[in-house]
Design a protein around this ligand. Sequence first.
Ligand SMILES: [Zn+2]
Ligand SMILES: [Zn+2]
Length: 100
Amino acid sequence: MADISFVCPQCNQELEAPTELAGDIVECPSCETQLEVPGAEVSQPAEPPSEAPNPSSYPATPSVENACSNCKKTMEVGAVLCLKCGYHAKLGKTIDTSFE
Ligand SMILES: [Zn+2]
Ligand SMILES: [Zn+2]
């Protein structure tokens, strides 16, 4: 069982305390400051819990491809008007999109 080595923050005196005194208040023999004995092997920070995103919580990529039936250009899902050729899926014809 090794002693706990620590340094007095007041006078920088190197101190040692038995591990049983970890967390206890001791008096620095050099400057008589009351110090808390640090816990043994405190240099191991607790690892934060890994917050791995649950892949199943992700919305599945829509498998339905929306493509223009006129020019076969892939369109945004839900879009009815092809921005490439001006074909309107609902109307079933190419419309002039250059109107103001
Ligand atoms: Zn001291
Ligand atoms: Zn098109």
